[in-house]
Design a protein around this ligand. Structure first.
Ligand SMILES: Nc1ncnc2c1ncn2[C@@H]1O[C@H](COP(=O)(O)OP(=O)(O)OP(=O)(O)O)[C@@H](O)[C@H]1O
Ligand SMILES: [Mg+2]
Length: 371
């Protein structure tokens, strides 16, 4: 557990406050049609689900990957709802021993959807048990200890595993291969976030004009969870100020209070860039060194802050470490020194930022020497 104050958690972290959590749950779309954006994943997934409905079978196992707050848990719930199947929720860190997993698997009913969040954090023995369960719908229950231990095979009813991870690159190949469908969630466009916000505002009975939706969407870091969270903060602000119809001015006045800047960078994003620039002269610097400089876990920097900074073209992940681009210096109102500019790798953005994100395994190996 972290000993940080809740308000220091990154903006994208799941809600800590129970009331916030309840609102977050209420705003979750319940079916694929209400799920905004992610067109490719949505279309492919709907085909997978439709096909299994027609065959009268449980759906193929599904792996969902992508940065926090983009809709992995929401999609898992939608899969269960669309398949009209019960949903069981657990997570990698909750499964310490293979026995924990065996207990869950052996109590599944036919067609049930098992959602395994943070699947990359499962223990090794549990992972191996999962291979067999996914492939053959069977587990070996080990009874006894030492030389006298015996494995009792147990048949499982067909079920659908939905795995979610922010670190697809960390999943071992054999596990990844056992998913029939893998969907990688991308950051949302501002237009898509406006749709998310319109739907949420309607559910929360708020009056918001188009310019205000655009203002909030533009600061939401490509992330529906943040969009919804900012909308609630704007609602609070409007309530306190006695404002009925929220316009762009109220929205931006409200949001300025929450340290989300006009490009959608939150405090963690900015502190990563600030450290990179002021402490390491723009890099390159290794992930773990950078993480220490901002007082965060490397995993948090890598999965929470970096994907968005890379997408915004402010941070580069190179074989020698992380570097701040000219856009980052500019965003912080600093001038990039000549010698730093000259040392920038020329081909940094010859590959699309999205493909930088897709090569997570390559990045993990790049990160090795200094992490
Ligand atoms: N496509 C979408 N359309 C509308 N709302 C969405 C969409 N995706 C996510 N949301 C909203 O964003 C919130 C966060 O989504 P969700 O919990 O599914 O993210 P996640 O990817 O599981 O994040 P984490 O990695 O932190 O577990 C949900 O409460 C939901 O209301
Ligand atoms: Mg989730």
């Amino acid at each position: 557990m972290s000993d940080k104050q809740p308000e220091e958690a990154p903006l994208v972290a799941p809600a800590a406050d129970p009331e916030d959590r309840a609102v977050e749950a209420a705003l979750r779309p319940k079916n694929l049609d209400d799920f905004v954006g992610q067109k490719r994943v949505r279309r492919q997934l709907s085909l997978v689900l439709e096909a299994s409905r027609l065959r009268g079978r449980s759906a193929d196992h599904v792996l969902l990957s992508g940065p926090p707050g983009l809709g992995k848990t929401t999609l898992a719930m939608i899969i269960a709802a669309e398949m009209n199947a019960p949903l069981r929720i657990t997570s990698g860190p909750a499964i310490q021993h293979a026995g924990d997993l065996a207990a869950i698997l052996s109590s599944l009913t036919e067609g049930e959807v098992l959602f395994l969040d943070e699947i990359h954090r499962m223990s090794r023995p549990a992972e191996e048990m999962l291979y067999m369960a996914m492939e053959d719908f069977r587990v070996d229950i080990i009874v006894g200890k030492g030389p006298g231990a015996t494995a009792i095979p147990l048949e499982l009813p067909p079920f659908t595993l939905v795995g979610a991870t922010t670190r697809a690159g960390l999943l071992p190949g054999p596990l990844r291969d056992r998913f029939g469908f893998t969907g990688h969630l991308e950051f949302y466009s501002t237009e898509e976030l406006e749709l998310v916000l319109r739907r949420s505002a309607m559910l929360m009975d708020m009056k918001v004009n188009s310019a205000a939706f655009a203002e909030i969407a533009g600061r939401s870091r490509g992330t529906p969870r943040i969009a919804n969270r900012l909308l609630r903060r704007v609602r609070d602000w409007a309530l306190v100020h006695g404002i009925d119809l929220i316009d762009a001015r109220s929205a931006s006045a409200a949001l300025d209070m929450y340290e989300v800047d006009a490009r959608g960078l939150d405090r963690l994003d900015r502190s990563v860039l600030t450290a990179l620039i002021t402490k390491f002269n723009g890099g390159p610097v290794g992930l773990s060194t950078l993480a220490i400089a901002v007082g965060e876990e490397p995993e948090t920097v890598e999965t929470v802050a970096e994907p968005y900074l890379v997408r915004e073209g402010m941070l580069g992940r190179t074989p020698r470490g992380r570097i701040a681009t000219a856009a980052a210096w500019q965003h912080l109102g600093l001038e990039m020194p000549q010698n730093v500019a000259a040392a920038m790798p020329e081909d940094l953005f010859s590959v699309a930022p999205e493909s930088l994100l897709d090569t997570e395994s390559a990045l993990d190996s790049w990160a090795q020497p200094d992490s």
